[in-house]
Design a protein around this ligand. Structure first.
Ligand SMILES: Cc1ncc(COP(=O)(O)O)c(C=O)c1O
Length: 434
């Protein structure tokens, strides 16, 4: 049933928010700018559904940008949290909850022998880079165009033409002195990577990579590309940092490193390991992790790090993830991309889909995506139309053509079929304008 939604109260709330916060939000993509509409303000969520303050109900494919793999207000996570909160929310001293989550993570991801909890994915990647530089005694960091690793200064460098660009900052406020040691290379491009190692090999501290570029329309890494990173980093004495902030515990039971059968030196985590509470973590081989203070002299600390509430949410979330959970989400993902492809081609819409484990990407293009240059050619106008048509039918997608959509164990086959039906209607309307 197609309905036109009324979002008047959200629009009014946004007007007030804009007076109080830059762009009316606390993180840019929430402003819905790339889809050209005001954001909706959320009142609550249950399972796969989210409700705005005007009372509209949506099937949610944002899921707080990934953490909520069991959907909103999962009853196990909620009751564990309620119990934990009664005992106090933060102590700034060690708790058993930290041991429990650390044990669970190191068991599921064996390359992580020791782990340090932090408060966000940004902190995790920032700290892993400091550690890599401290461990190797080298300065250069290699990253890939279009990969997002949070907003720390030395990683806010993206593309450049040519084989590699010595880091020019993307953002005012980030001094060139800080990014000059960041080299950005095209994603999935083994030749470009090899050329960088050939030229700068002895100065490279680490290569950091997203195994599924979820902030670039969902481009999976080529297995051979990841193996090449492993090969070069080992050969040149650099560290391989796998950024699993998004893919960790989402893409597969043993995360992306299990799916791709690769062994990084350091792994960055976030999102799911906090079960919807603010968390990040980085971990890896003992001999590297032991350099962190107080065991070693590489300083990194946090007032709220290892927060017991966040540890409980993360532990409960991961502990209930079984192989079946991933099989189920993958089944939903397959059904969704197959259904969307069918209805798109019926309306002559070019829709490209990608998939790795449970994660999928959708983009309006007729050329398979390999890297950032391909992603930049996606038709943003098509996405904007699609987005609004889906929202009007109660389907909430991430408000950016570059962001991954997320599914959960709480989504049902009925949710997926409803989404495909809505897309069918959306595509028919869009094709009328083509
Ligand atoms: C791969 C990756 N790394 C790092 C980050 C930064 O995490 P946070 O937003 O928690 O700082 C993100 C956030 O989306 C991410 O997707």
């Amino acid at each position: 049933m197609v309905f036109k939604i009324n979002t008047q109260q959200s629009t009014e709330a946004f007007e007030i928010a804009k007076q109080l916060m830059p762009g009316g939000v606390n993180s840019p993509v929430r402003a819905f700018q790339s889809v050209g509409i005001d954001p909706i303000f959320i009142s609550h969520g249950i399972g796969s559904k989210i409700y705005d303050i005007d009372g509209n109900r949506y099937i949610d494919y944002i899921l707080s940008w990934g953490p909520l793999i069991h959907g909103h207000a999962d009853k196990d996570v909620a009751s564990a949290l309620l119990e934990a909160i009664k005992k106090g929310t933060s102590f700034g001293l060690p708790t058993l909850q930290e041991n429990k989550l650390a044990q669970l993570i190191t068991t599921r991801i064996p390359s992580i022998e020791k782990i340090r909890m932090v408060n966000s994915g940004t902190e995790a990647t920032m700290s892993a880079i400091r550690l890599a530089r401290g461990f190797t005694g080298k300065n250069i960091i290699v990253k890939f165009e279009g990969n997002y690793h949070g907003h720390s200064d030395h990683l806010l460098v993206k593309a450049g033409s040519g084989i590699a660009t010595l880091g020019l900052p993307d953002c005012p406020g980030v001094p060139l002195e800080i990014t000059k040691n960041t080299i950005s290379v095209p994603y999935n491009n083994i030749e470009a990577l090899s050329s960088v190692f050939h030229t700068y090999g002895s100065e490279i501290a680490a290569v950091i990579v997203e195994p599924f570029a979820g902030n670039m329309a969902g481009i999976p890494a080529d297995p051979e590309f990841l193996q090449t990173i492993r090969l070069f980093t080992s050969k040149y004495g650099a560290l391989f940092i796998l950024d699993e902030v998004m893919t960790g515990f989402r893409i597969a039971y043993h995360s992306a490193q299990g799916l791709y059968n690769i062994q990084p030196d350091l792994t960055c985590l976030g999102k799911i390991i906090g079960g919807g509470m603010p968390v990040g973590a980085y971990g890896g081989r003992k001999e590297i992790m032991n350099l962190i203070a107080p065991e070693g002299n590489i300083y990194q600390a946090g007032t709220l790090s290892g927060n017991p509430i966040a540890m409980v949410a993360g532990y409960t979330t991961i502990n209930k993830l079984t192989y079946d959970s991933y099989n189920y989400i993958e089944e939903l993902s397959d059904r969704l991309i197959q259904g969307l492809s069918t209805v798109a081609s019926k309306s002559n819409i070019s829709l490209m889909t990608t998939k790795a484990g449970t994660m999928i990407g959708l983009s309006f293009t007729d050329k398979p995506l390999q890297n950032f240059d391909d992603a930049r050619k996606i038709d943003s106008e098509m996405f904007r139309h699609f987005y609004v048509e889906m929202l009007k039918q109660g389907i909430l997608l991430p408000p950016s053509q570059y962001e991954s959509i997320f599914l959960s164990t709480a989504h049902s086959i009925h949710d997926i079929d409803q989404t495909i039906n809505a897309a069918d209607i959306a595509f028919q309307r869009m094709s009328a304008f083509l």
